[in-house]
Design a protein. Structure first.
Lengths: 105, 922
């Protein structure tokens, strides 16, 4: 499984909670990262189109013509999980090297 | 769903997808604006803020689309559609551009197809790469009298500072066969026959033939089309006389390959049986020969038995008679170098034993083994240099055409600057626009390329006709094969990019704001500056190259006119030539002179024939000599001879300067006489009166009984014996009916009233009545025969003139285009000038002066170029030096006149601009 790009990761993470439309994804990512990651609208739809073409997300048919909802696919979920696992192992490694303070979760 | 099929689905749903995207983005915008409202912004402000954050919507769409995965293909389709529209929308420009490219590409393709057929053609045999040719090289002998090669039937050529040849004595061939068994799977020899008389089914034909050794066909690995090919047991004294004929000859004589097998034919009146027919594509080993019949080598003693100079069995033992070409097929895994190391010392040892004096031993030929895949390089030697020159010229044409199209594009693109600037400003990428402009130019050049292939087809036919005019058996077959077509394709693509890239790059490097502000008719002077510099450079280049081509054309045309104005020393008008060979038709040697004498009387009796005579060779291409000497002196090897009939000089109209000419009164039984040329008198008698002096003729190989002691009775004015550019030769003329050598093949000359060719049917009828086995050959007029000897120069002069005119026209179109364009651009400026009182004449001068500067620059560069380049064609010139001032001045003047003409119309248009109209132009 190839590494996910940070923006892709955040989009998938946002969609993990349920289908959202483009604007909703943007807001959700902003909320998730406390405003640390802002998806430019210019790149957002490009990223979405690419993720769809990679089969990580797809469209939800909605009754409302104009709102297009995106939803995470099983493949997308798998990619998200493996990326999360990778990030977690990186965090563990970083902790082991004493680069981050031990925090009780 | 696989990724590909998903993409495919998108491709088909493209327009609905685009609509969806649009909707989605608009929704996004509204959401954002709504949120802005809730945070207390004004509606308008919120919308603006949202739009700002959205950025360039067009760019965004473009980027999103590119993620769908089809944009490269889609872009191309879109670009092509757009390019087609632009090309169709500007018909004059497109026609001019693609036509000039088509001419350039067509000329290149045609010339290249000839180069291809000469330089990269391999023999039509199996595995040609394992064939090698045996050659030898020696220092150029200062005196052929001190060289191991005492007699020769073939040719040598000078190359790499030495004398080279590919012919060997028969014993050398046997030595190679014995010592080469380890490196060659087969070693074979061949030798071109003289022209043969082949009689089949009662009909006589003149045929070209090749003597081939027994292993020839096996070594080449070619199959028969019918019957069997010659084998080793066919080649030897006492073998059954058999012959293999070519497919074309079989069709001509017997109506087909199969019906030829087993047929009896008379070759020079000796009986042979046809045992096989070669395949249609097989032309032997020398592309310039193309034999009709293949005979065993040893049959030459039978075939040429009738000739006094023909094959004799002694030749097979003669170590100093060089005549056989030798070729070999290397065993698998054996390299050319191995063959060289094996046979080199073998030949060195052998040839040392054939030298009889120290002088001969001091310059022995050394063997060299060369690749044989291409066959003999006669054609290559003859045509490759002229073709390189032509290739350079057509290359120049193509460059001029490219520069021209680039210029036209440049002019057109600057008209489209606003459009391009607009597209850049609404988000089109620069690369994208460059790509699109390139698509346009490549499309244009592809159209040019396609047209060019048609031009090439015509060009090849035309060139073949032109080149073949000189020789009866022209075998150079150029064709459009994949080599040639891929060159045309590559040229189209390359030229498309070459002339499209600079304008495209330049056009997209614009300052958007100023470009948008430009008026339709053109813009500020500052902006057109760079563009014009490029345009000017192109024009200067075109003029320089055109001058180069004009100089080349001038040199070749002057060479041709020099050649054509050469006084050949006889009257070439109204003279018919043809040849007969009664000996080959089976007439006994003692009857032939009488037969010819009687024919001559009948020809003279034809109404309209004023004079008739004969000679053993055609004067303009003669080259003949026999052992002879002036009593008390050694033989002069420079002397040449011609065996002539009575009234030869009267017929040819060569003036007699002293004594009398050989006439009807010189009978076989009377005192043997001879005539000489003025130069012969000068060289051999140094001012003494030659009349009454004697010349003694001796037989070949010192046959004493043939000796003929002749008294010189007359001196003829010098004439062009053996070619109009050949150096002057001392010529000895001897009668055809006073003993050895008896006449065999003779060329009749008929001086006619009116068109000589009108008499040919009467001639054929007379010959048929006398002997139907005797075909009339080589029918032509004397002036055509002379033209044939300078055919290459004629072709060169015509082609170069054509090419130069083409270049001139293309360059003038370019000049016209750029001046028209600049006038159009400056309409306003000119209007203002005129409104302020500028004279029309001064405006005209102003524009012409600019053209003048460009032309002068081009001329200066072209002049330097032609001074340097004309040296390269030195060997093609006659009667002039490469830097012939007259030619150069003429070429420059032509160019100046053409340039002024090309610019006059647009310049005049500028000077007649109505200031009111011009100022209202915007």
């Amino acid at each position: 499984m190839p590494m996910l790009k940070p923006a892709d990761f955040h989009i998938l993470l946002a969609l993990a909670g349920g289908p959202l439309h483009g604007y909703g994804i943007m807001k959700q990512v902003e909320r998730d990262t406390s405003g640390e990651v802002t998806l430019e609208i210019g790149s957002l739809y490009r990223l979405l189109a690419r993720l769809v073409s990679e089969g990580l997300i797809d469209h939800v048919d909605s009754a409302e013509e104009r709102r297009r909802y995106y939803r995470i696919t099983p493949a997308g979920r798998k990619a998200l999980k493996s990326e999360a696992a990778r990030l977690a192992s990186v965090v563990t490694l970083v902790r082991a090297r004493k680069l981050l303070p031990e925090i009780d979760l | 769903m696989s990724e590909f099929s998903r993409k495919l689905k998108w491709l088909f749903q493209r327009s609905s997808k685009e609509k969806e995207l649009e909707e989605e983005l608009r929704f996004h915008l509204e959401e954002e604006a709504e949120e802005g409202l809730t945070t207390g912004k004004l509606e308008r402000e919120a919308l603006l803020a949202a739009q700002r954050s959205l950025g360039n919507l067009t760019l965004l769409r473009e980027q999103t689309r590119s993620a769908w995965g089809w944009s490269p293909v889609e872009d191309l389709v879109q670009d092509l559609r757009y390019a087609f529209r632009t090309i169709a929308g500007n018909k004059l420009f497109s026609a001019l551009a693609s036509l000039s490219l088509a001419l350039g590409i067509g000329a290149n393709t045609a010339i290249y197809s000839f180069m291809d057929s000469i330089l990269s053609r391999t023999l039509p045999v199996g595995r040609p790469e394992s064939l090698v040719m045996l050659k030898w090289v020696a220092k150029q002998p200062a005196d052929w009298g001190t060289f191991v090669m005492h007699s020769i039937n073939g040719s040598t050529y000078d190359e790499g500072g030495g004398t080279n040849a590919g012919i060997f004595p028969y014993p050398a061939f046997e030595t190679f066969q014995a010592s080469g068994v380890d490196v060659f799977s087969s070693l074979f020899a061949y030798h071109q026959t003289p022209r043969l008389n082949v009689a089949a089914k009662g009909q006589a034909y003149l045929a070209a033939g090749e003597y081939v050794s027994g292993d020839f066909f096996r070594g080449l690995g070619v199959p028969p089309a019918s019957g069997r090919l010659l084998i080793a047991s066919d080649d030897g004294f006492g073998a059954d006389p058999v012959v293999v004929i070519s497919e074309a000859f079989g069709r001509k004589c017997f109506g087909g390959a199969d019906s030829a097998i087993g047929q009896k034919v008379l070759i020079n009146n000796a009986l042979f049986t046809v045992v096989g027919v070669t395949t249609p594509e097989f032309f032997g080993v020398d592309p310039s020969v193309n034999p009709d019949v293949f005979l065993p080598v040893h049959s030459n003693v039978v075939v040429e038995a009738s000739s006094q100079f023909g094959g004799q069995s002694a030749e097979y033992l003669d170590n100093n008679y060089y005549w056989l070409d030798v070729m070999g097929r290397l065993k698998p895994g054996v390299t050319l170098e191995q063959a060289q190391t094996t046979l080199g010392p073998v030949f060195a040892n052998w040839v040392a034993t054939t030298a009889s004096t120290d002088a001969e031993r001091s310059n022995l030929p050394a063997l060299k083994v060369e690749p044989g895949a291409g066959g003999l390089e006669t054609l290559r030697r003859q045509y490759s240099r002229p073709l390189y020159v032509l290739m350079t010229l057509v290359g120049l044409i193509l460059t001029i055409a490219c520069a021209n199209v680039a210029n036209l594009l440049l002019a057109r693109i600057s008209v489209r600057r606003r459009e391009i600037a607009l597209r850049l400003s609404i988000g089109a990428g620069r690369l994208r626009i460059v790509r699109q402009l390139l698509t346009e130019s490549v499309l244009l050049s592809s159209i040019g390329g396609m047209l060019g292939v048609f031009f090439a087809v015509w060009g090849i036919r035309f060139l073949t006709l032109m080149l073949a005019k000189g020789s009866a058996s022209f075998t150079l077959r150029a064709e459009l094969n994949w080599h040639v077509l891929s060159l045309a394709l590559a040229l189209s693509m390359l030229t498309g990019v070459a002339f499209g890239l600079a304008p495209a790059l330049q056009a997209t490097r614009v300052d958007l704001v100023t470009a948008m502000k430009e008026t339709r008719a053109g813009g500020s002077v500052a902006h057109s500056h760079w563009r014009f510099r490029l345009g000017h450079v192109l024009i200067v280049g075109q003029i320089a190259m055109s001058l180069l081509m004009l100089v080349a054309a001038g040199l070749f045309v002057r060479t041709l006119s020099n050649l054509q104005s050469i006084d050949v020393g006889f009257n070439r008008e109204n003279l018919l030539i043809f040849n007969l060979n009664a000996r080959q038709a089976g007439r006994p040697i003692k009857e032939i002179a009488d037969l010819y004498a009687s024919l001559l009387q009948q020809f003279k009796a034809i109404p309209g024939v004023r004079q008739a005579s004969l000679a053993n060779q055609s004067f303009i291409s003669a080259g003949f000599g026999l052992n002879h000497h002036i009593p008390g002196k050694a033989m002069n090897p420079a002397d040449r001879m011609l065996i002539v009939g009575p009234d030869y000089f009267k017929t040819m109209q060569i003036p007699i300067v002293a004594g009398r000419e050989i006439g009807e009164s010189d009978l076989p039984i009377s005192q043997p006489v001879a005539m000489i040329s003025e130069y012969f008198a000068k060289v051999n008698f140094q001012g003494e009166n030659p009349i009454g002096k004697h010349v003694v003729l001796r037989g070949q190989r010192d046959r004493k009984e043939a000796e003929r002691d002749m008294e010189i009775v007359g001196v003829a004015k010098d004439a062009k014996y053996g070619g109009i550019t050949d150096r002057l030769r001392p010529v000895l003329y001897i009668p055809y009916n006073q003993g050895y050598p008896e006449p065999e093949e003779v060329f009749f000359q008929l001086r006619t009233a009116g068109d000589p060719l009108a008499f040919i049917n009467t001639v054929r009828e007379i010959v048929r009545r006398v002997d139907s086995r005797m075909p009339v050959g080589g029918v032509e007029t004397e002036s055509a025969a002379i033209e044939h000897t300078i055919n290459q120069e004629i072709v060169f002069a015509r082609l170069c003139t054509g090419f130069a005119l083409l270049a001139l026209v293309i360059a003038c179109v370019g000049l016209y285009g750029i001046v028209s364009y600049s006038v159009a651009q400056r309409t306003e400026e000119i209007g203002i000038r005129m409104a302020l009182g500028a004279q029309r004449g001064r405006l005209l001068t102003m524009i012409l002066r600019q053209v003048g500067i460009l032309t002068a620059l081009g001329l200066a560069i072209g002049l330097l170029g032609s001074l340097a380049a004309s040296r390269l064609v030195k060997t093609f010139l006659f009667g002039m030096r490469p830097n012939d001032p007259l030619t150069i001045v003429g070429a420059a003047l032509t160019l100046v006149v053409a340039a002024v003409l090309a610019c006059y119309a647009p310049a005049r248009r500028a000077s007649t601009i109505d200031p009111m109209v011009a100022l209202r132009h915007e």
